[in-house]
Design a protein around this ligand. Structure first.
Ligand code: NAD
Ligand code: UD1
Length: 318
């Protein structure tokens, strides 16, 4: 961890939410790119085992800390002096955020503010924030574009939108480039399938792998813009480390909707013996289709999601 801060290049990167699904893959990708990395996580939903591949890496250090503890964040970032901060830590469950609006606001809005302030104090030059397609709400203007309206329909989406506004206002008044990435439905290894609020792909893949039937809510024709973890981490890492790229708001999506029936086909392609699904009524508040427009990220960040859907699903079963 002795590498010096060199002006110009982004070499030292701090990642909040490092022990989570997206955070652990992001840390691995940064280390592969030769960066010196610290991971910060309070292990509320994240797990140390997610970091087992990099725990002993000589360019990686882990700090168990809460992003809402101002002093701890100031000390950790002040000591490390990151060139860039990637802020992924959050209360991620939409239903839990809905039932605990104060906690949602404290972690997802005020926590983001504390991370940004500590980053500024430590003279970080770039900050990347994990926003969400949830800021769009239930829009029928598909595909969803950054220039289009935002209309969050839950506390989680509201907090992500407010955090975006806050970070972009910091960019105007301080010398820190802020990039807010609106992730669509991310999937990949290490996404916890055990929670009832997990993403559908991790739930289905887990059930199929153990020969149990999946439950489809509705007719299975609903669609989502599922994006593979390796594509997401590439978008995050490029945004954090390429100093030529401007800040702003970008969708990270594929631009292609896949239905649950197509997901089941992909799983059957791997194991033709998976049991027939059980169909139940639609989940309350479910949206029928979600699809992002990737053109702004393509044009400005040069970002393209390249993982073929069937390939990504196969990776899950390895
Ligand atoms: P995750 O739960 O695996 O990761 C979140 C991490 O943040 C966990 O390791 C958790 O322990 C940590 N954390 C939570 N509160 C903290 C706090 N107060 N202090 C320190 N650490 C804390 O979830 P994920 O899917 O990896 O999500 C990462 C980010 O991406 C989140 O901001 C989430 O809102 C956003 N996002 C995810 C998706 C998706 O499909 N997975 C979609 C849109 C946005
Ligand atoms: C995401 C959130 C959800 C939130 C919604 C709107 C996650 C994991 N989910 O849901 O909490 O309310 O955005 O902001 O972040 N499905 C099944 N069977 C299952 C699980 C899911 O059929 O076992 C269906 C769902 O009903 C849905 C689709 O699969 O139609 C996708 O579900 P999910 O992965 O939860 O994503 P979102 O619906 O986008």
């Amino acid at each position: 961890m002795e590498e010096q801060k060199v002006s110009g290049e982004i070499n030292r990167v701090a990642v909040t939410g490092a022990a989570g699904f997206i955070g652990s893959h992001t840390c691995e990708g940064l280390l592969d790119a030769g960066k010196t990395v610290i991971g910060i996580d309070n292990l509320s939903t994240g797990k140390r085992i997610n970091l087992k591949g990099i725990g002993e890496h000589d360019r990686f250090s882990f700090f168990q800390a809460d992003i809402c503890q101002e002093d701890a964040m100031a000390t950790i970032l002040g000591d490390f002096q990151p060139d860039a901060v990637i802020h992924l830590a959050a209360l991620v469950s939409v239903p839990i955020a809905e039932h605990n609006p104060d906690e949602n606001y404290r972690i997802n809005v005020l926590g983001t503010k504390l991370v940004a302030q500590a980053a500024l104090k430590a003279a970080a030059r770039r900050m990347v924030f994990a926003s969400s397609a949830a800021v769009y709400g239930n829009s029928d203007q598909l595909p969803l574009s950054e220039e289009g309206p935002t209309n969050p329909i839950n506390q989680y989406g509201m907090a992500k939108l407010e955090a975006e506004t806050l970070l972009l206002s910091y960019e105007k008044s301080h010398d820190m480039t802020s990039t807010c990435l609106r992730f669509f439905n991310v999937y990949g290894p290490r996404q916890d399938p055990t929670s009832p609020y997990s993403g559908v792909i991790s739930i289905f893949a887990d059930l199929c792998a153990s020969g149990r039937p999946v439950t489809v809510y509705g007719d299975g024709r609903q669609s989502r813009d599922f994006i593979y973890i390796k594509d997401i981490t590439r978008g995050i890492i490029t945004s954090a480390t390429n100093t030529e790229l401007p800040g702003g708001i970008y969708n990270l999506c594929t631009g292609q909707g896949k239905t649950l029936l197509e997901l089941l086909d992909a799983l059957k392609g791997i194991d033709p013996d998976v049991p027939e699904p059980i169909f139940e009524g639609e989940r309350e508040g479910d949206i029928k289709h979600s699809l992002g427009n990737p053109s702004v990220a393509r044009r400005i960040l040069g970002f393209e999601a390249t993982t073929n859907f069937a390939e990504g699903i196969r990776e899950l079963q390895n």
